[in-house]
Design a protein around this ligand. Structure first.
Ligand code: BGC
Length: 818
């Protein structure tokens, strides 16, 4: 902590208070230099720390597995280690606040941010959010647990109004936030974009004051989601500390006016100022400047941790006839678009520049002699951006030359020059020093060196006014920024423009881009799709036929799974289902690796011998998948979300589409596996499902007591269930013993069980171990909406010991007395 005495609200003028609360720029708050109050810097997570802008040169950093892959680990200790790593990363990136973790629930499998969230289950999410928050904050870095609350779809995300009953809100969607505040003492919360019961979450007093501060005793700060606050007086009244970003803000001058008009009480303002001052003390911002240079620190031990995490979150969903692990002597055909194009994270604000990362193809090629590769099909939604392999600056270096100028005149003097390694450039809130973020322009020039002859499809999307010229062809021509907007760049990108240009291998084609930027924001995406032979799938099947094992790496990418847009289907994009069918027909030893951040359908499931769900596993997922396929590691994951056979089977699906702007959570408590339990509809894979290479035998469980009183539970007593598990085979077995609870009263008919606790263990070969489940008070409580408080009913409860929501091993009954 700094030795300087902390300033207090009373030391500040009204102007200074209002300025302090309004964001200064995209990532920073204002300093108040007169009284020594420093600026704060915030930076996006949750699967890394991005640092400042997203310009030509982003500061590379460590990329851990995305939220759903953390959910699949079912391992709070491991998530705590990752939180610790992110805290260190945030310090290196000069950030006082990490905008993470994302703890919304995966209400449907199509939500654009399902990959970013941890689970459909509130308790699993809560158990992982707590160590994540502690891990980050032990470095003096604040979190903002987000997005508070019911931000579970990207459909009309800034305006959609959620209608949900009080019990479901408390027991499901608020639960992870409650745990992060009460158990981990989270220093920050981010309000959600959407409305709850007619009011934007950033202006919702019931949420931000009554629940968060009054009930939970939260003493941190609340930041709005970016551009997600609208009404000055309502936001202050609700308890929104800092609307972000700036400089245009609903606080600042507008807050001064609101106080002077009498719409806002200055005492309310002072409370918010105290929130910011407390945060400054907590993160020691006086000693740690928000302008210190960002550092990229690539540490072998951190790579090892992210690899361990990637493996721990991989789910072996199917393994028939011992097809996995692959024998060392086997010949392997490695097929599929994501083998070489392995996706380590999803799209949107969570994405960042990764350290060098090996694809599954890279990792397998170095470890399997004579491996054969076929791409099989392509899944790019748009022609992919070009990289250093095919781009050259006018000076002949890899990449494109980038020049920045102030204003919107492309002939004004160049202020800064740089080289970009990719034809995708994003400026999100910051521009290089000396470039005016409010009005600037960028040109990118160089050439593209084709790798084959034939017609190439070029595509361009720009956020600003500009042009894209390839060879002699004007692919993009929009000097007035008149084109309609498309989904890219958070809805600020133009519709895609395309042109087909005939190229010859090795003969460079000129590339020239011009674009205007404002508000620190500009985005360029120029892509190319070279011609493909039309027998890609046949070639893949042929390769499969002559190998001992065929591994098909299917999946999505950050264009299909991204913040800002839900998916319209759970089907794999493009012709991947057909690819798997034809490969499986050619080779009975076909293993599918699914490299996607959300559930996908698997219409070919009965035709393949093995399925590994690897998610977006972070920068070390390539080597991690190789470890699992080759049997050097046990895939330790369990599904954190139900995989439906059809999207329509998802319990929330009938209530998915907003009606007149209102999204009703009509499935209530019966979300996810609870709904499947209720209806008996069989999923493709149940919540909690996952296999191990080791064999595990579960013995008879013993319960510590068959009766306990509600007051004992309230005082901290609990029921323990010990499950003896042995590993009779010659490999260690990874188990995740899951404890579900349900009252045996009419509520049981409605929701047969909810996850209460779980324990992950590795049983060494030939040994046996008691794995203990602890059912504490929270396992038995329910929200009594009539009274507005938690209650534990007396009566009989069923405790379910299970290997997944559909694989119940034993049930015991316990009695709760008064
Ligand atoms: C996202 C937040 C993110 C913020 C800043 C928003 O679009 O919803 O999760 O922290 O942008 O990038």
């Amino acid at each position: 902590m700094s030795s300087e005495p902390a300033a207090r609200a009373a030391d500040l003028t009204l102007d200074e208070k209002a300025t302090l609360l309004g964001g200064a720029s995209t990532w920073r708050t204002h300093p108040v230099e007169r009284v020594g109050i420093p600026a704060l810097k915030m930076s996006d997570g949750p699967n890394g720390v991005r640092g400042d802008g997203l310009g030509a040169r982003r500061t590379p950093g460590v990329v851990i597995p995305v939220g759903i892959a953390l959910g699949a680990t079912w391992d709070p200790d491991l998530v705590g280690e990752l939180g610790d790593l992110l805290g260190r990363e945030a310090v290196r990136k000069g950030a006082h606040v990490l905008l993470a973790p994302t703890v919304n629930l995966q209400r449907t499998p199509v939500g654009g941010r399902v990959f970013e969230c941890m689970s459909e289950d509130p308790e699993l999410t809560a158990r992982l959010a707590v160590p994540y928050v502690r891990g980050v904050q032990q470095h003096g870095v604040a979190v903002t647990v987000k997005h508070f609350v019911v931000n579970d779809t990207e459909v009309d995300r800034m305006t959609v109004d959620v209608d949900i009953d009080g019990q479901t809100l408390r027991e499901l969607y608020l639960r992870p936030f409650e745990a992060a505040v009460l158990e981990a003492d989270a220093w920050g919360i981010m309000s959600a974009y959407n409305k709850l019961h007619g009011q934007h979450c950033a202006e919702n007093r019931h949420l931000l004051t009554q629940i968060l501060r009054d009930e939970w005793g939260f003493d941190g700060f609340v930041v709005s989601d970016w551009f997600g606050s609208h009404d000055t007086a309502a936001a202050v009244d609700a308890g929104l500390t800092v609307p972000m970003p700036g400089p245009k803000t609903i606080y600042g001058a507008r807050l001064v006016e609101a106080v002077e008009r009498g719409d806002v009480d200055e005492a309310d303002l002072d409370r918010l100022v105290d929130d910011v001052l407390r945060l400054i003390d907590r993160v020691d911002a006086r000693a740690l400047s928000s302008e210190r240079p960002e550092q990229s620190v690539d540490v072998p031990a951190e790579r090892a941790l992210t690899r361990r995490a990637a493996i721990a979150g991989m789910v072996l969903a199917r393994n028939e006839n011992g097809v996995l692990p692959i024998a060392p002597s086997a010949t392997v055909a490695l097929i599929g678009p994501n083998a070489g194009g392995t996706r380590i994270m999803g799209g949107g604000s969570a994405s960042l520049q990764s350290f060098a990362s090996e694809s599954i193809l890279d990792a397998m090629s170095t470890r399997v002699d004579g491996l054969v590769h076929e791409v099989g099909t392509r899944i790019d939604r748009m022609p992919p951006p070009m990289g250093e392999r095919t781009l050259r600056t006018p000076a002949g270096e890899p990449g494109l030359a980038v020049d920045y100028r102030n204003g919107h005149d492309f002939s004004s003097p160049v202020v800064v020059s740089d080289v970009t390694p990719s034809s995708m450039l994003r400026f999100f809130g910051s521009t290089p020093a000396g470039v005016d973020p409010n009005a600037f322009n960028v040109t990118a020039t160089g050439s593209f060196v084709p790798e084959m002859d034939g017609p190439h499809l070029f595509s361009a999307v720009l956020t600003g006014a500009g042009t894209v010229t390839i060879g002699d062809t004007r692919v993009f021509d929009d000097p007035g920024r008149d084109l309609p907007r498309g989904p890219l760049f958070f809805g600020m990108g133009s519709e895609e423009q395309t042109a087909v240009i005939e190229c010859r291998a090795g003969e460079p084609v000129d590339v020239a881009v011009t674009i205007t930027g404002m508000g620190g924001f500009a985005g360029i995406r120029v892509g190319v799709r070279p011609p493909d032979p039309d027998d890609l799938i046949e070639r893949a099947a042929e390769a499969a036929r002559s190998a001992d094992v065929a591994v098909v790496v299917v999946g999505t990418n950050d264009e299909w799974e991204t913040e800002g847009e839900d998916r319209s289907t759970i089907a794999l994009p493009g012709e991947q289902d057909e690819l798997v069918r034809q490969v499986a027909a050619a080779n009975p030893n076909t293993v599918v690796v699914v490299n996607a951040g959300s559930p996908v359908s698997m219409p070919w499931i009965d035709d393949v011998a093995g399925v590994v769900i690897a998610y977006f596993g972070g920068q070390e997922m390539g080597p991690g998948v190789a470890d699992v396929l080759l049997g050097e590691a046990d895939p330790g994951g369990r599904l954190p979300i139900t995989y439906p056979k059809r999207l329509e089977d998802t319990p929330a699906w009938p209530h998915y589409a907003p009606v007149d702007g209102v999204q009703s959570y009509g499935e209530g408590l019966l979300m996810g596996y609870r709904g499947f339990d209720r209806t008996g509809v069989e999923p493709l894979f149940a919540f909690g499902h996952g296999l191990s290479y080791g064999q595990a035998t579960w013995g008879e469980a013993s319960v510590s007591t068959a009766e306990i009183s509600a007051s004992e539970l309230a005082g901290g007593a609990h029921i323990d269930i010990a499950v003896p598990i042995s590993a009779p085979g010659d490999r260690a077995a990874t188990v995740v013993v899951q404890g579900y609870a349900a009252p045996l009263d009419p509520r049981f008919e409605a929701a047969p069980k909810t996850l209460a606790c779980f324990t992950k263990a590795v049983i060494e070969p030939g040994s046996s171990q008691d794995v203990t489940l602890t059912f504490a008070a929270d396992a038995f409580r329910h929200w009594d909406a009539d009274v507005g408080s938690w209650a534990i009913d007396t009566g009989t409860y069923e405790l379910v010991i299970a290997a997944s929501a559909a694989d119940v091993r034993q049930t015991v009954q316990v009695k709760i007395t008064r």
